[in-house]
Design a protein around this ligand. Structure first.
Ligand code: BEZ
Length: 253
């Protein structure tokens, strides 16, 4: 049961992902006319933002449903695996928001971005960083352990430190201008169950369909003291890894 992306559910429960992406667009500092690759474009909300700023943007995403939603906005978008990008020296910038933590092989993603960029091009992005949703992961782990299941075998997320990700960028040849992990508690539009249903499908792989609602209710109850305030408003314990790196002019490949 791989993670599935339903554009309608995504818009209802995850609209904040693009809304909170504004500082990453700022860090990208797009210039009208630039050719930009949006790696993990999702439903195209930020791709559209970059296009509205005068950029020539191509969105890629692993989800065919999300690519279809982006195309419905009139955007250029295609299905691609972020660990197997095959662009060659075509882009002034590679932009990515809230995608890299879904990729197990960060070296492959960094290599794909490197090859996609023209010399002088930049790779700018943000994703969940070390410690992201640690409380949520711990509660999922307790719920799974109670059922004799191991969280590590179903955890799809890869939350890197800034040091490790910066080292990967440098090893590939990038000049790293900025790489930092910082906490960003994230208010949710609904309860944590809606968040889990949107983002955490993989953790329910080993749980029979008829037992999933009970599992989610139990995880929600476990998290209530930490993530739900007295008014019933839920906040997820996100951290962000944000970075900006440049492929030097004169880079050989
Ligand atoms: C994030 O954007 O940091 C995130 C998204 C889904 C699951 C966990 C973290």
């Amino acid at each position: 049961m791989p993670q599935t992306w339903d554009p309608e559910r995504y818009r209802a429960n995850a609209g904040f992902v693009a809304a909170l992406g504004a500082p990453v667009v700022e860090l990208l500092a797009p210039v009208p006319g630039e050719r930009i690759l949006d790696l993990g474009c999702g439903d195209g909300t930020l791709t559209a933002k970059l296009a509205s700023l005068g950029c020539d943007v191509l969105g890629v995403d692993a989800s065919a449903a999300q690519v279809q939603a982006a195309r419905a906005l009139g955007l250029q978008a295609r299905v691609a695996d972020g660990e197997r990008l095959d662009f060659d020296t075509e882009f002034d910038a590679v932009f990515t928001n809230a995608t890299l933590h879904w990729l197990k092989d960060h070296d492959a993603a960094v290599d794909g971005a490197w090859r996609a960029l023209k010399p002088g091009g930049r790779f700018v992005g943000e994703c969940g960083g070390a410690g992201c949703v640690a409380l949520i992961r711990a509660a999922l782990g307790r719920g799974l352990a109670k059922r004799g299941l191991d969280i590590d075998s179903v955890n799809p997320w890869n939350f890197s430190t800034a040091e490790a990700f910066g080292a990967r960028l440098r090893n590939r040849g990038f000049t790293v201008e900025y790489a930092e992990v910082f906490p960003r508690p994230t208010p949710l539009p609904g309860d944590v169950t809606a968040w889990l249903e949107t983002f955490a499908e993989n953790f329910m792989k080993g749980i029979p369909g008829e037992e999933r609602a009970g599992f989610l209710a139990e995880v929600q109850e476990d998290l209530k003291p930490d993530l739900c305030d007295v008014a019933g408003k839920w906040t997820a314990d996100y951290t962000r890894l944000r970075f900006r790196a440049v492929k030097p002019l004169g880079a050989a490949d």
